[in-house]
Write a protein that binds this ligand. Structure first.
Ligand code: NDP
Ligand code: 8X3
Length: 259
């Protein structure tokens, strides 16, 4: 069995109120990692904190804020009062809409850019100085296969994930000479609230995305994120691309039409 190198460390997870972030909270707690969980839906955060504390002997701190709001991010970091964050999971993110670029909604674009890029930048800028001064830490960004390729209707979502990929590589270089590790994970299709959010709450349309394929689960991705965090301190996985076996590219899904 793999050695546990993250027991007693502290992980801060953005977007822990559902999907991959929520699964990461359980996966890290099962390793004995203390949690700082954040997101906008306060009720979900409270429920998650309660469930984790019932099951695992770890500390759980919840932060209810919007990563787009830089002042709120700063206030939360002040509240943490220099508590060291060993692992930062920049997970909060979303897609909105699937319209061609010439018909897309400006507000959808703003929301994706402000959350997926600027929110991630806010949290990284606030947390990395502590990691640099301690000469250790791990920043894990949620990329996507949409950060490696583009697809019609995904123009701005794909652009935000390409930005995450570019930023991740630069950040690794900026931290060259330190022992701080930087990486990203680039999943394909994962069944979470992602498609429901993309289609503004249209559950039927969201279900069609996963019809006839076995997508990744949030737990599959969380397991890999824990694996990345748990590597020896000299091992840096820069990018881990993972898709379900039924998916071979952003375009190629093998659907079982009968199911
Ligand atoms: P979910 O919609 O289930 O989760 C998204 C999380 O992000 C929620 O916890 C949400 O919390 C949080 N979030 C969104 N906007 C904000 C904000 N402004 N401030 C704080 N938190 C925010 O989707 P996933 O779990 O699938 O998505 C997680 C990440 O994984 C995203 O970055 C996504 O792009 C990426 N990804 C997803 C894939 C997929 O197929 N599902 C594939 C590849 C990457 P709340 O609403 O409470 O704020
Ligand atoms: C989510 C995967 O292919 O829907 O990042 O963009 S995809």
């Amino acid at each position: 069995m793999d050695q546990n190198r993250i027991h007693g460390k502290t992980v801060l997870i953005t977007g822990a109120t559902s999907g991959i972030g929520e699964s990461c909270a359980y996966a890290f707690a099962s390793m004995g990692t203390d949690l700082i969980i954040t997101g906008r839906r306060e009720e979900n955060l409270e429920e998650l904190a309660r469930h984790i504390k019932e099951q695992y002997p770890v500390e759980v701190i919840a932060g209810n804020f919007d990563v787009r709001d830089r002042e709120a991010c700063i206030r939360f970091m002040d509240f943490l009062n220099n508590r060291p964050v060993d692992i930062l999971i920049n997970n909060a993110g979303l897609s909105r809409g699937l319209e061609p670029a010439d018909k897309a909604d400006f507000d959808d674009w703003d929301e994706m850019v402000d959350t997926n890029i600027k929110g991630l930048l806010n949290m990284t800028r606030l947390i990395v100085p502590g990691m640099r001064s301690r000469n250790k830490g791990f920043i894990l960004n949620l990329g996507s296969i949409a950060g490696h390729d583009s697809y019609p209707g995904g123009s701005v979502y794909c652009a935000t994930k390409h930005a995450v990929a570019a930023f991740t590589r630069s950040l690794k270089m900026d931290l060259s000479g330190t022992k701080v590790r930087v990486g990203m994970i680039s999943p394909g299709l994962v069944e979470t609230e992602f498609s429901k959010v993309r289609f503004h709450g249209d559950e039927d349309r969201a279900k069609q995305v996963y019809k006839g394929v076995e997508p990744l689960s949030a737990g599959d991705v969380a397991e890999l994120i824990v694996f990345m965090a748990n590597r020896p301190s000299h091992v840096n996985i820069l990018d881990l691309v993972v898709m379900p076996v039924d998916q071979s590219s952003v375009f190629l899904l093998s659907r079982n039409e009968e199911s």
